[in-house]
Write a protein that binds this ligand. Sequence first.
Ligand SMILES: Nc1ncnc2c1ncn2[C@@H]1O[C@H](COP(=O)(O)OP(=O)(O)OP(=O)(O)O)[C@@H](O)[C@H]1O
Ligand SMILES: [Mg+2]
Length: 324
Amino acid sequence: MDEKLLAVKNLSVVYKTDEVVYAVNKINFDIGRKETIGLVGETGAGKTTTALAILQLLPEKTGCITEGKILYRGEDLLGKSKREMGLIRGAHISMIFQDPMTSLNPIMTVGDQIMESLVIHDHERKHRKTLEARVDELLKLVGIQSRRKGEYPHQFSGGMKQRVVIAIALACAPELLIADEPTTALDVTIQAQVLDLMEDLKEKLGTSMIMITHDLGVVAQTCDKVAIMYAGEIIEKGTVQDIFEAEKHHPYTIGLFGSIPDLQVETRRLNPIEGLMPDPTNLPLGCKFHPRCKFCMEICRHEHPEPRVFNEHAIACHLFEKEV
Ligand SMILES: Nc1ncnc2c1ncn2[C@@H]1O[C@H](COP(=O)(O)OP(=O)(O)OP(=O)(O)O)[C@@H](O)[C@H]1O
Ligand SMILES: [Mg+2]
């Protein structure tokens, strides 16, 4: 069976506020078992929206998937009922949110919070003792002494809280973990520890992962594949080697990376590029990047570039049109 664990096909998402925000536009990517894909891009590129769409956690009143498919083990999640999605969340796909400090309940002990996520998905109605043992095991897995399970979140440091969040996300041994900037809120040394922990757990548990980040060092350290988003589109994707070592790149990628760094980078924030991302309520015709692009040609102003594929490496830019 070589079907992908998750395949996102032609997915578009809008937010209907006073205006229509075109947050994600016809994106395609997939994830194999035990694979990690990095979603990279400036603020507002549509990374979190993509994650929320996969889990169907978009705001009910405004967020709307307008087209596409989200195939999980070959089945379209968009056809699932609310109840079915509830069972998939946590048990099969779980998420570490962008602001993890607020995802813990301040008036519940950390042990009870981990226990709660186990109980929700405990269809076999396991013995309380078995679940307690699992809580201890999860705490140990993320490097917290189990005697601290009776403490409350405020008694933990930022890095420890993030470990608890990871333990909760992993409680039901999901096949896919979506981590939305899991280390951004932490200071640098703690960031490294939490990343090492996530790498270690991924290895041990064989979890596939979507890693959303602004940090190229994180991409180099944790990802097998990378998708670069701009104005709701994936403008370049490929293996981590393609993204760091290939000669051809989308002009946006080159701008973002400053220069293409090698895979040994420790940590490198994305480079600020001159100009702003277009207003998502009023996207430009043609290539969405053309107003900021140094290589802009006439065709870029009116024709949307389809991705050109060089093996697994795909670049949506007119510069490469004639090369295939
Ligand atoms: N609930 C919402 N209502 C209306 N617009 C929204 C909502 N959430 C996000 N947006 C808009 O959708 C676009 C994509 O936002 P999203 O949060 O997915 O970006 P992001 O890539 O995760 O950015 P960041 O790196 O800052 O987290 C942005 O223009 C944002 O302003
Ligand atoms: Mg985000």
